[in-house]
Ligand binder design. Structure first.
Ligand code: BDR
Ligand code: CA
Length: 309
């Protein structure tokens, strides 16, 4: 199994990423680090803990940064994820608590202690990883690569230019993309193809276990807000594409290129400038997802759900 740290901001699609990473035998989920994003940090941590407890995922959860590195105005996505950041399902009273250590310290210590370089997955703003890189630059040797949900070759989903995770902390994204390790960028170009249509929800319902029920509850709410905001019939299940790719790399078609983050204070703040035509002669820092095998993706999600009791 691939050992990973999952940094996230749950979030409905983050919750499914946790489900997949926490249950599938191909992934060795070492720890979950949480960042402010879809909602405030207090709420995203609460959501990560609820999902873990609900699914009996026995993995430590660490609270990280509660605000972006530089940008003054914090953005959240309550229009999509609701007041709690994970509206829809009802969770039992919680006994699982977050670890005392700060997420950034956990990332640093875990990498330092690791013999093999590790894969760092991110499904939220990149603040925690960027902070870790600034605080302990030598951890770079222990990073195999980043696999992130974020960015877009084409259009954004919060501004015409920017996708939410990059827009929420573009300075952090710049630090991660320029750190010197490959970033597998799973952007909107592919995640907008994995729409959780009613037919998909019905397929996942069939399993009937705790994970299947949570999937249905989460997606019922998510599909409603996605329809209100974007008009989709099914919401794009962005975040789990990162984990599904690690489980079955053939689901994504990747193209190596230079990607630069626009963190200038203008209308394109948070844009991922993906150099598809190779204008830049700099070494490639990213593998950008160009296409996704939609059927194979849903197959991995189904497999992931079936891993639970
Ligand atoms: C990303 O933004 C968040 O709302 C989702 O959880 C996902 O990580 C999509 O732009
Ligand atoms: Ca997310």
């Amino acid at each position: 199994p691939t050992p990973i740290i999952l940094d996230c901001d749950p979030g409905h699609d983050d919750a499914i990423a946790i489900m997949l990473a926490g249950g599938h035998p191909a992934i060795d989920l070492k720890g979950i680090t949480v960042v402010a994003g879809n909602q405030t940090l207090e709420k995203t941590v609460n959501n990560a803990l609820n999902v873990c407890q609900h699914l009996a995922i026995d993995v430590p959860v660490f609270a990280g940064c509660d605000r972006p590195m530089v940008r003054a105005k914090q953005v959240i996505a309550d229009d999509i994820h609701g007041e709690t950041g994970l509206d829809g399902p009802v969770f039992a009273p919680r006994t699982k608590t977050a670890e005392a250590m700060h997420a950034v310290m956990y990332i640093i210590e875990t990498l330092k202690a690791s013999v093999e370089p590790m894969t760092l997955v991110a499904t939220g703003p990149l603040t925690n990883y960027a902070m870790a890189l600034r605080m302990a630059p030598d951890i770079i040797e222990k990073i195999d690569r980043f696999v992130i949900m974020g960015g877009s070759l084409q259009h954004g989903n919060v501004t015409p230019a920017a996708e939410f995770n990059i827009l929420a902390d573009a300075e952090a994204a710049h630090i991660v993309f320029s750190a010197g390790k490959k970033v597998v960028m799973v952007g909107l170009d592919v995640t907008r193809k994995v729409l959780c249509l009613p037919s998909v929800v019905e397929k996942m319902r069939v399993e009937g276990n705790v994970a299947s029920k949570l999937f249905v509850d989460l997606m019922s709410f998510f599909n409603k807000t996605q329809k209100e905001v974007f008009g989709w019939e099914g919401g794009p299940l962005h975040d789990p594409v990162t984990i599904a790719y690690l489980i079955n790399p053939s689901i994504l078609e990747l193209q190596s290129m230079v990607t630069e983050i626009d963190y200038s204070q203008g209308p394109s703040y948070g844009r991922t400038n993906c150099d598809l035509f190779g204008f830049s002669k700099e070494p490639h820092n990213s593998e950008v997802a160009m296409n996704v095998d939609v059927e194979a993706f849903w197959q991995v999600i189904r497999e992931g759900i079936a891993c639970y009791e």
